[in-house]
Design a binder for this molecule. Structure first.
Ligand SMILES: NC(=O)c1ccc[n+]([C@@H]2O[C@H](COP(=O)([O-])OP(=O)(O)OC[C@H]3O[C@@H](n4cnc5c(N)ncnc54)[C@H](O)[C@@H]3O)[C@@H](O)[C@H]2O)c1
Length: 127
């Protein structure tokens, strides 16, 4: 039987987290990185996702990648997969978290944003 440490050992695992600059995505990234994982944070917000990735890498000492990715755009998802493989050699898991939540309240969203929110969901499930 595996010990709890073995079950939660994420060394040699590479995990992509969509919506990685958001409230839940950034904390999931921090947690999984603290358990030893190579974490790839992908988000529409390029500045924020890169900053969070750099902060987490500094905190945990484990390598991260922060990458701008629009999950409504198949080409950008393919580029994310390619960049992840190039840096870490594999993808072990994807945390499908992209969406609009704590930092993006639904109230007052313009129609274009509603449309984006809805169209990002299927791609996120597919990846
Ligand atoms: N916070 C909650 O209490 C809660 C509860 C239930 C479900 N959820 C769901 O969990 C997910 C995350 O919630 P959160 O509170 O962290 O949200 P958040 O608003 O803090 O973060 C969402 C992130 O997704 C990114 N994003 C949106 N569209 C994108 C796209 N097309 N491509 C790439 N990135 C995109 C945003 O830039 C943002 O950084 C959402 O889907 C939300 O609906 C949240």
């Amino acid at each position: 039987m595996k010990t709890i440490q073995q079950l939660f050992d994420f060394h040699h695992k590479t995990i992509i987290i969509s919506g990685g600059a958001g409230a839940i995505g950034s904390e999931a990234a921090r947690f999984l990185s603290s358990l030893g994982g190579n974490i790839v944070l992908a988000d529409l917000n390029e500045d924020k996702v890169k900053q969070i990735a750099a902060d987490i890498e500094k905190e945990t000492g484990n390598t991260t990648l922060g990458m701008k990715t629009d999950f409504t755009d198949e080409t950008q998802i393919a580029a994310l997969v390619d960049a992840t493989i190039a840096k870490f050699g594999k993808i072990s898991a994807v945390v499908n978290n992209v969406g609009w939540g704590a930092n993006t309240p639904y109230g007052n969203l313009p129609p274009k944003k509603w449309s984006m929110r809805i169209s990002s969901i299927p791609w996120d499930l597919i990846i």
